[in-house]
Design a protein around this ligand. Structure first.
Ligand SMILES: *Cc1c(COP(=O)(O)O)cnc(C)c1O
Length: 427
């Protein structure tokens, strides 16, 4: 950090000296990690560019239809570009998916039938999936359970996949149609699943039960590795466009990619049976979707670098972090354990204070729809709730873990980390 930046940090942002010292030390420590991720980014940028060129993208793809949206070439061709990036037969990329949960829900509802069972093999699924599954004892919302689709779960053993238990679960129950794999940690305290681990898992699952559908919740995982789950056997994946793959530019939306038949089935839950992905005008968002995808390899790694730096900074400040800064990553999330409610809240408030939008707002815990505990979210983002932009969130429950992610530029992430550390202090 040069003297001009330091002066600004002290005079304007009121950052204490110890924070700047820690950041400078951390920056030296993470250099070789950054080089590793730069190489992934270089490959993925070329991969995405090639997909654009193969599909001969031009100005015409940025126009949009109205009404029914039949033959919207921007929309239909973007599906093909995504299918190339993910190496799949088919993809469905839509602004009509309100979020990642919606895309995941369509993938599951579209491919499960009464009497089928969904098996989660990475422990408890992400919080917002609980209502889709129907594992909460609340009123009938048309969950999978309401349609007589059961859910079973294999817990992690010492934070690792429990292959023996997965094998017994699969062998015991012939009604298992989909195996649900979650790449990212969600609000857990475990490492994200590496592509190599997903490959081993899928190969194993198929060896026990060849016809089962392997579905991967790919949220936060896109473009962090040179391969995606669909390169190593996943039949179907889904995710959000206001995370990695939207590149910080897509204003809303979600995607599904995978085998043609499975994506088509999902499309009948996005709209209705018989209509699927053939309808749906696109409100002029196509240019943003294309441009976001083009920038996504760069932005996703920018966010990963921010997470690596945050891990080292918070560790040097005395906190327990996961993953460690030298751990290989498969998502953009950095978890920091505070064991203290006030510190957790202050960390999030620090991130908010460092935001370009709503920096003057004090974020507070609230009852967010779809979540069981209160949740605090620091999200001073251009796009509401976008977590490829610098954000931090946490369910308010022990042991008070903050999840920091995103950031469109590393320089901004640094300011956010400094503001957050300044707010919580070192141990
Ligand atoms: C973000 C996320 C989702 C979907 O969340 P939305 O806010 O609905 O986009 C699902 N699973 C995981 C693991 C996630 O991180």
């Amino acid at each position: 950090m040069n003297k001009h930046t330091k002066k600004l940090m002290k005079d304007y942002y009121k950052i204490q000296d110890f924070c700047i010292d820690i950041l400078e030390k951390a920056e030296k420590d993470v250099k070789s990690e950054f080089e590793y991720y730069d190489e992934i980014r270089e490959y993925n940028q070329a991969k995405v560019l090639a997909a654009f060129q193969e599909e001969r993208i031009s100005e015409a793809h940025f126009t949009n239809t109205t009404g029914y949206g039949y033959g919207d070439i921007g929309r239909d061709t973007l599906d093909k570009v995504y299918a190339r990036v993910f190496n799949t037969e088919s993809a469905l990329v839509r602004p009509h998916f309100v979020n990642g949960t919606h895309a995941i829900g369509a993938a599951l509802f579209g491919n499960l039938r009464p009497g089928d069972t969904l098996l989660s093999v990475c422990g408890t699924p992400y919080d917002t999936l609980h209502n889709i599954i129907g594992s909460n004892d609340n009123k009938s919302m048309g969950s999978l359970r309401d349609y007589n689709i059961k859910h079973k779960q294999v817990d992690l053993k010492d934070s690792k996949l429990d292959f023996d238990a997965i094998k017994s679960a699969l062998s015991e129950d012939s009604s298992i149609k989909i195996v649900h794999i979650q790449r990212s940690t969600g609000y857990g305290w475990r490492k994200s699943l590496q592509i190599s681990e997903i490959e081993k898992l899928i190969t194993f699952v198929k060896s026990v039960k060849p016809n089962v559908i392997c579905f991967v919740d790919n949220c936060y995982g896109e473009l962090i590795d040179v391969k995606e789950p669909t390169d190593v056997g996943a039949d179907l994946i889904a995710g959000s466009l206001i995370k990695n793959i939207g590149g910080g530019i897509a204003p809303t939306g979600g995607y599904i990619a995978g085998k043609e038949e499975l994506v088509e089935n999902a499309s009948y839950r996005l709209t209705v049976p018989g209509i699927g992905g053939e309808c749906g005008s696109t409100f002029g968002v196509m240019r943003s979707f294309y441009q976001g995808l083009f920038l996504a390899p760069h932005i996703a790694i920018e966010a990963v670098k921010g997470a690596v730096l945050c891990a080292r900074v918070m560790e040097l400040a005395g906190y327990e972090v996961l993953p460690h800064y030298t751990d290989r990553r498969s998502d953009i999330i950095q978890a920091i354990k505070f064991n203290d409610k006030e510190k957790l809240i202050n960390f999030c408030k620090g991130i908010q204070k460092g935001s370009p939008i709503d920096s003057f707002v004090q974020c507070e815990p609230w009852d967010m729809p779809g979540y069981e505990d209160q949740v605090i979210m620091a999200a001073g983002a251009f796009i509401q709730g976008s977590s490829i932009e610098l954000s931090a969130d946490a369910p308010i429950r022990e042991p008070y873990i903050a999840y920091m992610q995103g950031g469109l530029t590393l320089e901004h992430i640094k300011v956010g980390i400094l503001m957050a550390l300044n707010n919580v202090g070192q141990i």
